[in-house]
Design a protein around this ligand. Structure first.
Ligand code: GLV
Ligand code: GLV
Length: 324
């Protein structure tokens, strides 16, 4: 008998076709999140699911999904999963690392450069018809990126790809992880303590995965330790940064700027950001090129199909499930 699967939102037709060759596919063919109750209802008779970062999979949902064997997230981050609850329920969980590393590192640089050189505010100013003539001492002085200090909080795959790009800008690169990495994994960067990273970075890039342990890690005290000329770039998860504290820091120029691709309560963006010129805002587009989104969807299908066929999925997050 064919396995039954749920695909919780729009995905490429080629991927649906591939899944439909061996599964009965319940496809929510719209690019919106299913309400939690609908998600739970539609999972109740499924063997597997392709999920997205907007789908919360926790004990409540799992209590109704007795046949479920695998949830395959189309994202590298998986804080939408209660991984312990999945493991207890014997459900395999998978994500899509590697395929989005380089694209997301590009996004970090797009935001970093935009923040440093005030690209978005300058664009708005030109569109508003404000440009009356070229000036040498113009209102658009930005900050030099070359030879500055780049600080990477979370030297994982994406952090290393960000660090590699920094060599073209002749930057000094610092990083902080809880544990120092072996030299071959440092991508030419130097480990420093968290407080040192805050104090020395001209550009602080947040690249750690979200978990409750790092909720509001970048808070009022962190902003107080940063240079007044520093820029914060967050392409990881909104909850790592205390947004109220960031808004306060930007309003009072305690730091020079920020560029945010992620927010605490997406898609809600605190309207106080809209009044600020020293912040760049993008709608969670870190992995957003067609090629990379397609690669993520393909890898998610690989993970799901492997698990349903009784093989070990390439990106299994909770291998304990296999040994129990
Ligand atoms: C996107 O945020 C992802 O985790 O892939
Ligand atoms: C995070 O998961 C990364 O790949 O850096």
């Amino acid at each position: 008998m064919k396995k039954k699967i749920l695909v919780t939102r729009w995905i490429f037709p080629e991927i649906i076709e591939r899944l439909a060759a061996s599964c009965v596919v319940d496809f929510h063919d719209q690019d919106t999140a299913l309400p939690p109750e609908t998600l739970a209802d539609r999972l109740a008779d499924k063997d597997g699911a392709i999920t997205f970062l907007t789908d919360r999979i926790d004990g409540t949902v799992l209590a109704h999904a007795k046949r479920l064997k695998v949830v395959s997230n189309v994202a590298v981050g998986y804080n939408n999963f209660d991984l312990d609850a999945l493991t207890r329920a014997g459900v395999m969980a998978t994500n899509t690392p590697d395929v989005l590393t380089e694209t997301t590192a590009d996004t970090v640089w797009a935001l970093l450069l935009a923040s440093a050189r005030r690209v978005v505010a300058a664009d708005k100013w030109v569109r508003a018809g404000n440009w009356k003539g070229w000036q040498f001492h113009d209102p658009w002085y930005g900050q030099d990126v070359h030879h500055a200090t780049l600080g990477i909080l979370g030297m994982g795959r994406i952090g290393r790809a960000v660090a590699r790009r920094a060599s073209g800008f002749a930057m000094r690169v610092l990083y902080h992880n809880r544990h120092r990495l072996p030299p071959e994994s440092e991508a030419g960067a130097q480990w420093v303590a968290f407080d040192e990273l805050l104090a020395q970075s001209d550009f602080l890039v947040v690249m750690i995965p979200y978990s409750p342990a790092v909720h509001h890690l970048i808070d009022v005290e962190a902003f107080a330790r940063m240079k007044p000329t520093a820029h914060l770039i967050n392409v990881a998860r909104g909850g790592i940064v205390d947004e109220a504290a960031l808004i306060e820091a930007l309003q009072h120029n305690r730091i020079a700027g920020a560029a945010l691709d992620v927010f605490e309560n997406e898609p809600h963006v605190d309207p106080r950001f809209f009044a600020l010129e020293n912040v760049v805002l993008t709608p969670h587009i870190g992995s957003s090129t067609r090629a990379t989104r397609f690669a993520m969807a393909s890898l998610a299908a690989d993970n799901l199909l492997a698990a349903l066929a009784g093989r070990r999925p390439p990106n299994l997050l909770n291998p304990e499930v296999l040994s129990s």
